[in-house]
Design a protein around this ligand. Sequence first.
Ligand code: ADP
Length: 364
Amino acid sequence: MMTAPASASPLQHDRFMTRSRRIASSLRDLRNAASQLPDAVVLLDQNQHVRWFNHAAENLLGLSRPKDRGVLLQQRLATSDLSDWLRDGTLEPLNDVSAPGHPESHLNVSMLPFGRRQQLLLARDISHLTRLEQVRRDFVANVSHELRTPLTVIHGYLELIDPEDVPELASVLNEMRVQSKRMGQIVEDLLALSRLETQHQIMDERVQMAPLLATVRKEAEALSQGRHQITLESSAEADLLGSPKDLHSALSNLVSNAVRYTPTGGNIAIRWQRTPDGAAYSVSDTGFGISATHLARLTERFYRVSSSRSRDSGGTGLGLSIVKHVMNLHQAQLRIESTPGAGSTFTCHFNQARLLPPGGGDEG
Ligand code: ADP
């Protein structure tokens, strides 16, 4: 408690005491409010020693009073998922980690600097959101799985009927075949996305780039049917470490998009080149291009610049979403540059750790 200066008159003394009582009461209110917050709050000094924490921090982080006042937080949580993050001292929030004091709960944790090099650790319980996300993922995966068999049967029967036997229904039959094939492709893409979303790691294998690039180019030529000039430049002299199936799917998705969104007569260039910190696979086209307002949302599921153009060209709206997930699993980045009316370049940047000298078979 503060004391009034010795030279103060009785009136000044009374005023001083009233003010200091008011400040003390406001401080108490603030502290009581903070201690009742549903988010965990921990006040740290400049060396990350715990100065104060609220009730939620006891529950979610497993801190206890009074024993944990003054302890080094990183040491106290050394066995938890927060340990490395606290040691690195990064200000980037940490998403979806299990709660040290409540392992079945999931947390989002952030660190806010304040005052004189002090820090405030905030942890929010996101278990409810994680559960909802899981329900959504399971629902999509289950629906896709359930649709697969009936669609295969419908598709099979449609293939059995020869349009020449029923000429009056030929156009209807053709349209039914196209649509059932499209539905089948949507289901396959949704299943691929569900698998990629639940996968946190991949089994690393050598992915030989020379044959993969040749396959991707052949696929592009088959899809283009001579409508575009397609070139391949491969100067990186490197193979990749990753999942052959997923990388094939991602790299060919970009080429297929280039073919589908480039009018007849356009050029498509596939490149595999070194960069200062790794290597880049890119696909450039001289197609319709995409205006800047759409770029940030392109990798969202079913996001299309033009639905009719996507559908007419056989798109499912899921291709770039798949590419983004595959890149995340390989710690790679997808970058998109585009000018409406002039064309686009989609580039996948792989870091050095993902590269192997070309060849194969001897990496153990
Ligand atoms: P879709 O199956 O519709 O092609 P994608 O996820 O592969 O789905 O792409 C999303 C959208 O991004 C497309 O609908 C299209 O509008 C746009 N897009 C993708 N690639 C290109 C490209 N090379 N040129 C122009 N637009 C593109």
